[in-house]
Design a protein around this ligand. Structure first.
Ligand SMILES: [Zn+2]
Length: 1147
C-alpha cells in the first residue's frame, strides 16, 4: 500500500492540518497568506479586475445590464453523465472483459494511491471460488482481478455443509444502552423464499426497455413483500418522506432584480396562525397575537435600538433580596406572569447552601438518600421556561430586521421573516450582545460562539434563499477582505463605491451593478435585490469558484454493501437490495428537473470487493472481483456509474441477484478502508464529487490496509488513558479522509455491529468528510428494519451540498478562532466538507482581536461554497448583526442558554480526545461557575452570600450543564459500550441547538393526559422519577430513542387500548412499534409518536418499558434531574454544588 503513512500528529477532529495542501484557498476570506500556494479556485479569492472600472454615464443605469440574462452556465454547459465518461472510451470493458484489461482500467488522473503502475500479481483466484463454480462466461482479468457475468446464478454457491462456525450470537444484551431490544422475536427473513426465477431477469431487457419515464416493474416488486414496501400512509411517516422531500421546490431563481415594484418579501408577516404542521405543543395558543409587521421593511440602520418587545428578557435580576428563607419557598412556579410581562421583575431565586446537603452526599447509597430541604419545584424548571417562551413568543413571527435580537427558544414554534439578518434556523449565537473588549469577555467567561446550519431545512411557510445570478462577473465582493455584498455594506459617493462593513475598505461598484441612491442613501433597487435586503441568499458561482476552473459534473452515489456472513444471515443484504430498487427513484434533484442528475454505482464486499457493470446496454449486470485489496483500483469505468433511469432493468436485476449470490457465503471477515478507497477512486475516475453509502457489520480484521484489532478496554474508563478509546487506533483513516475531502467524496456509514467494531476509528472518514453515521447494534429485521429503512430513505433523499468550503468573516474586532463539527480543515479559516447536508451544523467560536463599538456592533458573514445535487456551483450567504456592550449586564440579558450548552457540549466532547474525562468535567464546571459568579459580582443587586442568584437568561445553565456532565461520553454507566460513547460523541458534534436541547434534557410527555380530540401534545413534565405516577403512561424522547413507560397501576382499559392485551404482565417489552388499534387513545398515541419521528433527523428507536421491569434501569438513565446510577448528581445536588463553587470564587 502506497498511501502516505506519515504520522498524523494533529488532533484528528477539526484542527488545522498544516501539512495538507490540496485545497488551499489563501484568500477565500482574509488576507492572502504569504507562502501559501495559489488557490485552485482562482478568483474565488483573487482580485476582480473588472470591478475597478469607472462608473458608466448615469443615463444607462436604471436597469442593470445583467438583468434577466440567462445563467451563464446553469444548464447548457454542464456536461452530461455520458460526456463525463467519454474520455475513457467505450467498448473496452463493456460486455466481454479483455484478458489484459488491468492497465487500461487505470484512470488517467493522477492517483496518489497508485504510484506503481503494475500491481504485484497475486494468485488469489481461489477467493473467487466461494461464489460458486464460475459460469462459462467468466474471464479472468488478471491474477488479481476476476470478472463474471452474473445473469444466471442459480447454481452458484457451494453447499454450506459442515461449516466450522455457528451462527453469530445475535441476542442482544439486556441492558445495552442504545440497543436493548429484549430477546429474540427474530424471524428469519425470507428463509422460505427460493432464488428468483432466472427467467425474470432474462426477460427483463426485452419486456422493459429502459426508457426514462416509462413505468417500471421494479416499483411493483416491493409489494410482493410487504415489509419492503413504503409504509402505509396511515403511519404518516414513510410515504411522506418520498415525493415531498425530493420534489421540494428549489428557491425561486432570481436571474436579476425582480420587476419594478415587486419585492422579495415572503408571506405576509402578520399571520398569527403560522404553525400548522406539526401542531404546536399546548401553549401555542397564546392570547397575544402579534401586531402586523408590515411596516418593517429591510434592516434598519445599524444603530437601531433593540425592539421593545424583546426586552422582556429583562434585567437579569434573578435575585432581589427576599429575606433569609432557607428553602427559597415555592414562589417560583406559582408566580404568575413569570417572564411574561416586560419590565416586571422576576421572582427571586435564592438558595441557602448552609441548609442543603452537600454534593458529596450524592455518593451515598440510595437508601441513605437525605431528604432534600429544597423543594424541587422551587428551582428553575426547564418545562416552565419552555412553556413561557412558547406563550410569549410563539404567536408572532420573528422578524430579523433588528440587530442583536435574541430569537425565541428552539422549543418554540415560530415563523421567521427575513428582513436583513439570517434566520435563527441558520445561525444561533450564545449571546446577541457581545462585550466590546476582550477583557470584559474574559471576565465573564461567556463563550462567544455561533451554531451555524448553512443548509437548514425551512418550514414550508418560509421562503428558501433566493438564487442571485450576476452573470459572468459573479458576486460583488469587497476588494480587500472578499466579503460578499450584503445588507450591511454602505454605498457612498452617489452609489459609485461601497464601504465594506467588515474591513472598512472602499471598493468601486462594478458598472453593471451601479444603482442610484435615494434620499436616505439607500440604493433604489434595495428591495429588488436579495443581497441588499435579506440576511440569507445564494449566488450562482462562476467557473472561477470551481475546482481547477472547471464546472463540476453532477455528483454520484455509490452503494457499498457488506455481504459477509452476518450481513447475509441477518437478512440485511436482502433488505438493502429490496429497498434500493424503489428508493433509487427518489434521488435528490433540483426542483425544476424531471429526473435526478445523480448517477449511481454498486459494490459488494467482504474480504474482497465486487464491482458491478450496470451499463444500460447490457442484458445482465456483470461482476468484477478485485481481490488485491492492498492496492485498490476500480476495474471498470464505463458502466460503473450510471443513470438510474437508463439502467433501470440492469440495476433491478443486480439487486435481485445480490442476495442470492451470497446466500451461502461462509466469509465472516471484512475489509473496510479498501472499500472507501474504491469509492474514492471511482469518483476520481469520473471526475465528480459524491457520496458513499457503506453498509458495514464488523471490525475489519481481514488483511488489508486499515486493518484493525480489537482494542476495546473498559478498564481504561476513569484513567488517563480513557481518551484513547475516543481516538482512532491508526492514523491511516485520517490520511484517507484527507484524500476523500480533496475529491469531494463524502462517506455515510450504516453500522450493524454484533460486537465492538471500533466506531472511533471507522467513523474518522465519515466524520471528516461531513458524512453521517448510523448504528444499529444487534440488528434484527423484525425490530430494526423500520428504523433503518426510514433513516436510509431520509439519508439518500435529503438535501446535500458537495465539495463544500465554508468561511465565516467577521467585522473588525472579533474573528473566528475555533470550529466544531464534522469537517476537515487544512488551514485555520476554511471549513472543508466533502458533503454538507441539511442536518449538519458547524459551531464557530469567536475571540476578540480588537475593541468593538456599541455603535457599529459586530457582524458575521458565513459563506458556503458548494455543488448542488445537479452539479451547480453555488454560494450560500448568511449574515447576522449583533449588538456590542460595555456593561456586563447587557451581555447576560441577551444570552441563549440552549446555544451555550450546544457549544459547551461540543467543546467538552472534543476535549476528551486529549484530556482525561475528569479534567474535562472539572473545566466545564469551573467555567460555568465563573460565568455565574461574574454575574453575581457585577450585575446582581447586593445580597447575602448565602443566596444563589442566577441570570434570568441562564437560569437553566446549571440543570442543562449537569445533563452534559452526566452524559454517556463524560460519565458512562456500566451498560454503555465504548462504541456507543464514540458514536454519541460524533453525533453530538454535528447537532444543532434543538437536537442538543432534547438530547441532553429529553422530552417527557404524560400520554394518559393527552387530549384525544386535539392535535396538541400533552404538556411536558420534568425529567424526574418523582413526577411519574404509577397509574399513567409516559413517553420520553431524546432524538435517538422513544421510551414508552407504563406504570404498574395503569388501568386495564388503557392497556387494552394501547397494547391490545388485557393486563400489565402481558405487555411485551420487545415491541418496536405500537400495535395499530382502532380506538381514540391508540390513534392519539401513535400520532404523537409519528409527529415526533418526523421532527427528528433520525428515526428514533421505540422501546417499551414496564415499571419495575429490567429495562426500567435504562429508562431511568434519561430521567436527568435525578441522581444517575453512574454517579451523576441530581439537579438539586448539582445546583448546590455550583452554588458552593460560585461562593468560593466570590470569596
Ligand atoms: Zn472588506
Amino acid at each position: 500500500m502506497s498511501v502516505n503513512q506519515q504520522a498524523h500528529t494533529g488532533p484528528p477532529y477539526g484542527q488545522p492540518q498544516p501539512g495538507y495542501q490540496g485545497y488551499q484557498q489563501p484568500a477565500y476570506g482574509g488576507q492572502p497568506l504569504p507562502g501559501v500556494p495559489q488557490s485552485q479556485y482562482g478568483a474565488y479569492n483573487g482580485p476582480m479586475p473588472g470591478y475597478q472600472q469607472p462608473v458608466p454615464p448615469q443615463g444607462s443605469l436604471r436597469a442593470p445590464p445583467t438583468s434577466g440574462a440567462p445563467p451563464p452556465a446553469s444548464g447548457a454547459s454542464l456536461p452530461s453523465g455520458h460526456l463525463a465518461y467519454s474520455q475513457y472510451g467505450h467498448g473496452d470493458v463493456q460486455n466481454g472483459i479483455p484478458a489484459s484489461a488491468a492497465p487500461m482500467q487505470r484512470p488517467p488522473a493522477s492517483q496518489p494511491f497508485l504510484p506503481g503502475s503494475a500491481p504485484t500479481p497475486v494468485s488469489q483466484t481461489s477467493t473467487f471460488q466461494q461464489y460458486g463454480p464460475p459460469p462459462a462466461s467468466v474471464q479472468q482479468l488478471s491474477n488479481h482481478m476476476a470478472g463474471m457475468t452474473i445473469g444466471s446464478t442459480t447454481a452458484s454457491a457451494p453447499p454450506p455443509a459442515g461449516l466450522g462456525y455457528g451462527p453469530p450470537t445475535s441476542v442482544p444484551p439486556v441492558s445495552g444502552s442504545f440497543s436493548a431490544t429484549g430477546s429474540g422475536l427474530y424471524t428469519p427473513y425470507t428463509a422460505s423464499q427460493g432464488p428468483p426465477p432466472t427467467s425474470v431477469s432474462q426477460g427483463l431487457p426485452l419486456a422493459q426497455p429502459p426508457f426514462p419515464g416509462q413505468p417500471i416493474s421494479t416499483q411493483r416488486l416491493p409489494t410482493q413483500v410487504s415489509g419492503f414496501a413504503p409504509p402505509p400512509s396511515s403511519t404518516g411517516i414513510g410515504p411522506s418522506s418520498y415525493p415531498p422531500t425530493t420534489g421540494a421546490p428549489r428557491p425561486p431563481t432570481m436571474p436579476g432584480p425582480p420587476l419594478p415594484g415587486q419585492t422579495v418579501a415572503g408571506p405576509p408577516t402578520s399571520q398569527p396562525n403560522h404553525v400548522s404542521s406539526p401542531p404546536p405543543p399546548s401553549a401555542m395558543s397564546g392570547p397575544h397575537p402579534g401586531p402586523p409587521m408590515s411596516g418593517l421593511h429591510g434592516p434598519p440602520p445599524p444603530t437601531h435600538p433593540p425592539q421593545p418587545g424583546y426586552q422582556m428578557q429583562q434585567n437579569g435580576s434573578f435575585g432581589q433580596v427576599r429575606g433569609p428563607q432557607p428553602n427559597y419557598g415555592g414562589a417560583y412556579p406559582g408566580t404568575p406572569n413569570y417572564g411574561t410581562q416586560p419590565g416586571a421583575p422576576p421572582p427571586p431565586k435564592r438558595l441557602d447552601p448552609d441548609s442543603i446537603p452537600s454534593p458529596q452526599l450524592n455518593e451515598l447509597p440510595p437508601q441513605q438518600k437525605p431528604r432534600h430541604r429544597i423543594d424541587p419545584d422551587a428551582i428553575p424548571s426547564p418545562i416552565q421556561v419552555i412553556e413561557d417562551d412558547r406563550s410569549n413568543r410563539g404567536s408572532e413571527p420573528f422578524v430579523t430586521g433588528v440587530r442583536g435580537q435574541v430569537p425565541p427558544l428552539v422549543t418554540t414554534n415560530f415563523l421567521v421573516k427575513d428582513q436583513g439578518n439570517a434566520s435563527p434556523r441558520y445561525i444561533r449565537c450564545t449571546s446577541y450582545n457581545i462585550p466590546c473588549t476582550s477583557d470584559m469577555a474574559k471576565q465573564s467567561q461567556v463563550p462567544l460562539a455561533a451554531v451555524i446550519k448553512p443548509l437548514a431545512t425551512l418550514p414550508p411557510e418560509e421562503t428558501l434563499p433566493y438564487l442571485v445570478d450576476h452573470g459572468e462577473s459573479g458576486p460583488v465582493r469587497c476588494n480587500r477582505c472578499k466579503a460578499y455584498m450584503c445588507p450591511f455594506m454602505q454605498f457612498i459617493e452617489g452609489g459609485r463605491r461601497f464601504q465594506c462593513c467588515f474591513c472598512s475598505c472602499v471598493t468601486e461598484v462594478p458598472p453593471h451593478y451601479f444603482q442610484h441612491l435615494d434620499h436616505t442613501g439607500k440604493r433604489v433597487d434595495f428591495y429588488d435585490r436579495p443581497e441588499l435586503s435579506l440576511g440569507s441568499y445564494e449566488f450562482l458561482a462562476t467557473v472561477d469558484y470551481c475546482k481547477n476552473n472547471k464546472f463540476p459534473s453532477p455528483p454520484a452515489f455509490i452503494f457499498m454493501i457488506d455481504v459477509s456472513y452476518n450481513a447475509v444471515k441477518s437478512g440485511l443484504v436482502r433488505l438493502i437490495c429490496e429497498e434500493l430498487k424503489s428508493l433509487l427513484d427518489y434521488l435528490p434533484r433540483e426542483g425544476n428537473m424531471e429526473e435526478s442528475a445523480i448517477r449511481v454505482g454498486f459494490v459488494t464486499y467482504n474480504k474482497v470487493l465486487h464491482f458491478y457493470n450496470v451499463k444500460s446496454s447490457l442484458a445482465q449486470p456483470q461482476m468484477m472481483v478485485v481481490s488485491d485489496v492492498a492496492d485498490m483500483f476500480v476495474p471498470l469505468l464505463d458502466g460503473f456509474l450510471v443513470n438510474m433511469n437508463e439502467s433501470r432493468t440492469v440495476i433491478a436485476s443486480l439487486l435481485d441477484q445480490i442476495p442470492e449470490m451470497f446466500a451461502d457465503t461462509r466469509e465472516t471477515e471484512t475489509v473496510f478502508a479498501p472499500v472507501i478507497q474504491a469509492g474514492l477512486e471511482a469518483l476520481k475516475a469520473a471526475e465528480c464529487a459524491g457520496k458513499l453509502f457503506i453498509f458495514h457489520t464488523s471490525l475489519p480484521i481481514a488483511e488489508a490496509p486499515g486493518k484493525l484489532k480489537n482494542r476495546d478496554d473498559k478498564k481504561l474508563i476513569n484513567t488517563d488513558k480513557e481518551k484513547t478509546l475516543f481516538q482512532p487506533q491508526t492514523s491511516f483513516y485520517n490520511n484517507l479522509a484527507k484524500d476523500c475531502v480533496a475529491q469531494g467524496c463524502c462517506v455515510d456509514l450504516f453500522l450493524f455491529p454484533n460486537q465492538y467494531l471500533d466506531v472511533a476509528t471507522l467513523g474518522v472518514v465519515t466524520y471528516q468528510t461531513g458524512g453521517s453515521i448510523y448504528k444499529y447494534a444487534y440488528f434484527q429485521l423484525e425490530t430494526d428494519q423500520d428504523r433503518f429503512l426510514n433513516d436510509l430513505r431520509r439519508d439518500v433523499q435529503k438535501e446535500v451540498g458537495f465539495d463544500a468550503v465554508m468561511r465565516v468573516r467577521t467585522s473588525t474586532g472579533i474573528r473566528a478562532t475555533d470550529f466544531f463539527g464534522a469537517f476537515y480543515m487544512s488551514n485555520t479559516t476554511d471549513v472543508e466538507m466533502a458533503g454538507l447536508d441539511c442536518d449538519k451544523t458547524i459551531t464557530v467560536e469567536f475571540k476578540h482581536d480588537d475593541k468593538l463599538s456599541e455603535d457599529s456592533g459586530a457582524l458575521l458573514q458565513c459563506a458556503l461554497l458548494y455543488t448542488s445535487c445537479a452539479g451547480q456551483r453555488r454560494l450560500r450567504i448568511h449574515n447576522l448583526s449583533l449588538n456590542c456592550c460595555t456593561q456586563l449586564a447587557d451581555l447576560y440579558r441577551n444570552c441563549e442558554t440552549d446555544t451555550l450548552i450546544n457549544y459547551l457540549a461540543k467543546y467538552a466532547y472534543r476535549g476528551v480526545l486529549g484530556s482525561p474525562v475528569k479534567t474535562v468535567r472539572d473545566a466545564l464546571i469551573n467555567q460555568c461557575a465563573q460565568i455565574l459568579a461574574c454575574y453575581r459580582k457585577n450585575c446582581a443587586s447586593p445580597s447575602s452570600a448565602g443566596q444563589l442568584i442566577l441570570p434570568e437568561c441562564m437560569k437553566l445553565l446549571p440543570v442543562y450543564l449537569n445533563c452534559v456532565l452526566k452524559s454517556d461520553v463524560l460519565q458512562p454507566g456500566p451498560e454503555v459500550t465504548t462504541d456507543d460513547r464514540a458514536y454519541i460523541r460524533q453525533l453530538v458534534t454535528s447537532m444543532d441547538v434543538a437536537e442538543t436541547n432534547v438530547f441532553f434534557y429529553p422530552r417527557l410527555l404524560p400520554l394518559t393526559k393527552a387530549d384525544v380530540d386535539s392535535d396538541s401534545l400533552p404538556a411536558a413534565i420534568r425529567n424526574s422519577e418523582e413526577r411519574l405516577s404509577k397509574g399513567d403512561i409516559y413517553l420520553l424522547e431524546n432524538g435517538l430513542n422513544i421510551f414508552v413507560w407504563v406504570g404498574v397501576n395503569v388501568q386495564q382499559g388503557l392497556i387494552q387500548n394501547l397494547f391490545g392485551v388485557s393486563s400489565f404482565s402481558q405487555i411485551s417489552n420487545t415491541l418496536s412499534t405500537l400495535p395499530v388499534l382502532e380506538n381514540p387513545f391508540s390513534k392519539k398515541v401513535r400520532s404523537i409518536v409519528d409527529m415526533l419521528q418526523v421532527q427528528r433527523s433520525r428515526y428514533m428507536k421505540l422501546i417499551i418499558v414496564k415499571q419495575e421491569d429490567k429495562l426500567e434501569m435504562l429508562f431511568k438513565h434519561f430521567l436527568v434531574e435525578d441522581k444517575s446510577l453512574s454517579g451523576g448528581a441530581s439537579y438539586v445536588d448539582f445546583l448546590c454544588h455550583m452554588h458552593k463553587e460560585i461562593r468560593q470564587l466570590l470569596s
